[in-house]
Design a protein around this ligand. Structure first.
Ligand code: FAD
Length: 321
């Protein structure tokens, strides 16, 4: 197939995991192709370019500009298009993240190209490659092929294993000069919530609470369990609507879509809109006092009991390990 451009993501000066997963996806599509990693942003991007090479990219291109310090649609489209024009790749891979969901269709429309978004699995390689993505809120999957034009995909974080880091690898990191101007929006300040520890969409372990936790304080034992496991806390819309937690924690059809290795659903009934955001998790544990709760139909392990007894007992056991 040829040359692949993988567009990376940076947060607080560090590459997000999905950047490495993009490289793995490009390699899976064409083992012998060239993988060029792009980093768009401000600050020391050259070291990030080298890091991407250690994760398997052949070389890196960076666009550094003060107007790329924070993500804006206008700024990032200008930077990405400059790299695409220079490299003229056969394929483009981005993460299916908030940034990727905003940027990819804008680039596809500028290139007059197709786009397969939210890919969770790649089957085959080369000319026989097929892209698998969930549809109807995860109730079914479709397999897509690209018949002409660029292979342009976005991949759902946490679905394709990133390559091993190889610190002995090094390569060429080239600067692309772009005068990023005429932004219609400028981000003056980013205020992050203090609770934002592990990023929910990239977390390997999630402890999610529902209306069953009964109050904001009811989330405290869930935070303790998440801390003991090194995971993040999420929630159902039921919990967010009731004011027990912030909407940024909401998982589901109208919230975040997550695919952790372990998802612990606590006091969540398992409405279809919630399952849409988490049913692809690798191992699901449900804690609910109602043995008939729908969440048990998708759970690998179920605990029927009062969450206020079960969760602290679990935390204690895990801390004792
Ligand atoms: P409930 O359904 O009230 O379940 C609470 C559960 O807690 C029950 O199963 C109960 O047995 C259990 N429980 C109570 N006390 C205890 C205890 N002490 N110990 C153990 N278990 C206990 N929902 C989402 O989550 N995400 C979405 O993105 C989303 N999008 C939606 C979009 C649309 C268009 C619509 C219409 C709905 C959407 N919903 C979404 C809402 C969804 O339909 C449900 O209403 C919601 O998921 C219910 O949240 P819950 O499971 O926390 O609450």
């Amino acid at each position: 197939m040829g040359k692949f451009l993988v567009i990376s993501e940076v947060r607080d000066g560090e590459l997000r995991n999905v950047s490495f997963e993009n490289i793995a996806a490009a390699r899976q599509i064409d083992e012998n192709g060239e993988v060029v990693a792009a980093v768009l942003g401000d600050g020391d991007l050259e070291s990030l370019g080298q890091e991407l090479i250690q994760y398997g990219a052949d070389r890196a291109v960076v666009v550094q500009h003060e107007n790329l310090k924070n993500y804006t649609s206008d700024g990032y489209v200008q930077a990405a298009m400059a790299v695409i024009e220079q490299e003229d790749p056969d394929g483009i891979v981005m993460g299916h993240t908030s940034e990727g969901k905003d940027l990819s269709p804008r680039i596809a429309s500028k290139l007059d190209s197709g786009l397969i978004s939210d890919v969770t699995q790649i089957e085959g390689s080369g000319d026989d490659v097929k892209f698998i993505r969930p549809i109807y809120s995860g109730k079914a999957f479709e397999k897509k092929v690209i018949t002409n034009g660029k292979t342009f995909i976005t991949i759902r974080p946490n679905n394709i294993a990133p390559p091993e880091k190889d610190e002995s690898r090094s390569g060429d990191v080239q600067k692309v000069e772009v005068d990023v101007q005429n932004l219609r929006t400028v981000i003056q300040e980013v205020i992050r919530k203090a609770s934002e520890g592990v990023d929910l969409s990239e977390a390997n372990i999630i402890v999610a609470g529902g209306r069953g936790v009964k109050s904001a304080e009811g989330f405290d034992p869930l935070y303790e369990l998440a801390d003991a496991l090194g995971g993040a806390v999420g929630a159902s819309r039921g919990a967010a609507d009731a004011g027990y937690c912030d909407y940024s924690l909401q998982i589901g059809q109208t919230g975040k879509v997550v695919t952790p290795d372990l998802y612990i659903a606590v006091g969540i009934s398992g409405a279809i809109q919630h399952l849409a955001g988490m049913s692809n998790s690798k191992v699901i544990v449900a804690i609910n006092k109602d043995p008939e709760a729908n969440i048990f139909n998708v759970a690998d392990y179920g605990i029927v009991g009062d969450l206020f007894e079960v969760v602290p007992a679990l935390t204690e056991e895990i801390k004792a390990l």
